[in-house]
Write a protein that binds this ligand. Structure first.
Ligand code: NAD
Length: 284
């Protein structure tokens, strides 16, 4: 199946990044959200990201203008009616995603593939909310989407071979590498990262200093950033939500560390609140 028009639902961190890489590869993209301001913020972040490319010399001003011209915006979901592929990137809440998949199923044409960018939630549940289970799949871009090479591709229980192959070719056409993952909570990347971060929280609870935990993982394992720095970047609330999703599926193997729960309770979420494992208020 040929994909020409792509709809991205959600203009946040991931939705705007996905819209950018998709338009950069020559597709027509519609980015949808629930308010004008959110769409404007999404467009501004794409503009800024492409502007960095122009400064570095990786794209020209003309390229930037033609990429931006391929992205249109809309409020609500109705413009997804023209899409061959819809990529949902709204908040990580299963009930919200189920409602959106149900609505998209009634709006979109029969051949349209519906994909979710969820980090951990079940693709098969979203597929079951529609009458097109063979054409529902997980396409999990990493953050930041324009930079990260790998994209997880997750089959639901009834995803067809054709849908899988079409999406695999789509990911490759963006210059990215599809990584096939099974539809259990957290797939491959979130499941392993969450488990590793959780062990780092227990290390801190056991008396290790956060700086030493991160330093050890950076210098001894060659990680680009330590697990606690990663938690502060992603947000303690998002990390806890991911861990709870994986814990629900795999039980005590992944019981979220009480330290993380206590941080979320007190609002120490990381960079976004100025305080996490580290104090960012000094840097402001
Ligand atoms: P975000 O909060 O930055 O953006 C979500 C957007 O969805 C918001 O702009 C919100 O207004 C919009 N939205 C909410 N309800 C909507 C609706 N009914 N219709 C249209 N838009 C709606 O979130 P994000 O970080 O971009 O995450 C989006 C998805 O991507 C989540 O499923 C998340 O788990 C996944 N993800 C996030 C990351 C990350 O590091 N942030 C990485 C990979 C995957």
């Amino acid at each position: 199946m040929e994909i020409k028009n792509v709809s991205v639902i959600g203009a946040g961190t991931m939705g705007s990044g996905i819209a950018q890489v998709t338009a950069q590869a020559g597709y027509n993209v519609t980015m949808e959200d629930i308010g004008e301001e959110l769409l404007e913020r999404g467009l501004a972040s794409i503009d800024k990201s492409l502007g960095r490319g122009v400064k570095k010399g990786s794209i020209s001003e003309q390229d930037k203008a033609s990429i931006m011209s391929r992205i249109s915006t809309a409020i609500g979901l109705s413009s997804a009616k023209d899409a061959d592929l819809v990529i949902e990137a709204v908040l990580e809440e299963l009930e919200l995603k189920l409602d959106i998949f149900k609505e998209l199923d009634s709006i979109c044409r029969e051949h349209t593939i519906l994909a979710s960018n969820t980090s951990a939630l079940p693709i098969s549940a979203m597929a079951a909310a529609t009458k097109r289970q063979p054409r529902v799949i997980g396409i999990h871009f990493m953050n930041p989407a324009p930079v990260m090479k790998g994209v997880e591709l997750i089959r639901g229980r009834h995803t067809s071979h054709e849908t899988f192959q079409t999406c695999k070719a789509f990911i490759e056409s963006l210059g990215k590498e599809p990584c096939e993952a099974v539809d259990y909570a957290g797939f491959i990347v979130s499941r392993i990262l969450d488990a590793m971060m959780n062990e780092a929280f227990y290390c801190v609870m056991d008396g290790n200093k956060p700086e030493q935990v991160d330093k050890a993982m950076r210098l001894c394992c060659n990680f680009p950033m330590g697990p606690l720095e990663l938690c502060d970047l992603v947000g303690a609330d998002i990390t806890l939500h991911g861990l709870e999703t994986v814990h629900k599926e795999f039980g005590d193997r992944l019981h979220p560390a009480p330290l993380l729960v206590s941080m979320v309770r007190s609002g120490d979420l990381g960079r976004k609140t100025g305080q996490g494992f580290y104090d960012y208020r000094k840097q402001a």
